[in-house]
Write a protein that binds this ligand. Structure first.
Ligand code: ZN
Length: 429
């Protein structure tokens, strides 16, 4: 599943999710929101540690409150321990058809992973329930949905937020599915939404003292900037131009057009558009980040360094931006900048151990410094994080010969050398 990593979007989604997770008593669980690069509307939980949401859902949600409502519902599933129980049901399921049913409507695995094929399985299973056990499974899933709705409203009330976005979004989704029966939204599969469920939710939600409370204008602007960014990066230039026509001078429209220009048209023109954004909001770290990214990808690494340093500073050292700055420093081919890149990457990796490319950039930076032992270790860690255990062990073994025995780096290399290859011992993790 391709994942979108973006400092600005992740910060916004953390700000959406955190109050709700706290109200659910899950603040300490370190639940992370993961954005999937998929245009369809979907959000789901799988393992108790992550809430997955499609870029399409972020794009379709018109207000922060709608996304917060989706998170409140998903948090209801997490708090209710629904996944765990659904897994146990899956483990005890006897027939292939029950597994297909659960894959389609319960665990969200098949439908979300495999596009149309998975969707067909889910739809067929929903339309052809053949036995009492299937009906009881459906009732079970339905009960979980009702529980998640009620828990979601409770969390929203506890945080003084309106449940209206959740109700309106669910209404919109269930209406769309009526008129579009050939295409079943993944979200509808994983969260079956019959009219009476939405009606029951609406009754509870309308009783909330916060029903009429609106998102702040600042939060709405951040939401609109996120949607503009997704459009600029993911949509074709003509679609972006239609959605954000040149006579729209709002900040989100200018943002979407600047991104689209850098992705698909002229770099200098894009830089002029981004500079105009910086002039409007001189303390917005993400405008400097965008400028640095555009320059770096356009082959102007040295020019990218200054705006990226500013972005790191204004974002209070966001690790994803630190990694981008280190990448620019490496790309300058200037050995004098290697030390700064090493320091940035080592700091970023502590907070973002799974960030793509961080270890391979670290290997480059150590190589520039002439520190071949640590370059080997970082290359070993890069190979390890892509799942190439064989290469990881070879590089780690070479790193060990160059590192002081018993030093922290030697111990890390030794750990990799001693990792069991996959399938050698199924219970090793
Ligand atoms: Zn649900």
């Amino acid at each position: 599943m391709p994942i979108i990593r973006d400092a600005e979007i992740e910060q916004l989604l953390r700000d959406y999710a955190q109050p709700v997770l706290r109200a659910a008593g899950l603040a300490k669980q370190n639940v992370r929101v993961v954005v999937l690069s998929d245009r369809s509307f979907n959000a789901f939980v799988m393992d108790g540690r992550h809430i997955f949401i499609n870029a399409g859902a972020l794009f379709d949600a018109k207000t922060p409150n709608e996304v917060i409502g989706v998170f409140a519902h998903e948090t209801g599933h997490l708090a209710g321990g629904h996944l765990q129980r659904l897994r146990e049901q899956l483990a005890s399921a006897q027939t292939a058809s029950i597994i297909a049913l659960l894959a389609g409507i319960g665990a969200a695995v098949a439908g979300s992973r495999s596009g149309a094929g998975g969707a067909d399985i889910g739809a067929a299973a929903i339309m052809a329930p053949q036995s009492a056990i299937m009906r009881s499974m459906l009732a079970y899933v339905r009960t979980q949905e009702d529980q998640a709705d009620h828990a979601g409203v409770k969390f929203l009330n506890a945080t003084g937020q309106s449940p209206r976005g959740m109700v309106e979004l669910f209404k919109r989704l269930s209406n769309e599915s009526l008129f579009n029966s050939r295409y079943i939204d993944p979200y509808m599969q994983t969260h079956p939404m019959p009219a009476d469920r939405v009606a029951a939710l609406e009754t509870v939600a309308r009783a909330s003292p916060y029903w009429d409370r609106k998102d702040s204008s600042e939060l709405q602007l951040r939401h609109d900037m996120m949607r503009a960014k997704l459009s600029g990066f993911l949509e074709r230039p003509d679609t972006v131009a239609r959605r954000y026509p040149a006579n729209d001078h709002s900040l989100p429209a200018r943002y979407a057009r600047a991104i689209s220009t850098y992705r698909h048209a002229d770099l200098r023109q894009a830089i002029a558009q981004i500079d105009a954004l910086v002039q409007t909001e001189p303390n917005n770290p993400y405008f400097y980040e965008l400028k640095g990214q555009a320059l770096l990808e356009g082959g102007h690494a040295s020019e990218a360094v200054a705006p990226l340093r500013r972005a790191v500073q204004l974002s209070h050292s966001n690790p994803l931006i630190e990694i981008l700055l280190a990448q620019a420093l490496n790309a300058t081919n200037n050995p004098k900048l290697a030390e700064e890149a090493v320091a940035l990457l080592r700091a970023a990796i502590i907070r973002e151990p799974e960030a793509p490319d961080a270890y391979s950039q670290l290997a480059v930076a150590y190589g520039r410094k002439g520190d071949l032992a640590n370059a080997d270790l970082a290359s070993a860690q890069a190979a390890f994080s892509r799942g190439d255990i064989k290469t990881a062990r070879q590089l780690a073994a070479r790193a060990k010969t160059r590192l002081p025995i018993g030093s922290p780096a030697w111990v890390r290399a030794d750990d990799i050398v001693n990792v069991k290859p996959p399938n050698a011992n199924a219970s090793s993790h």
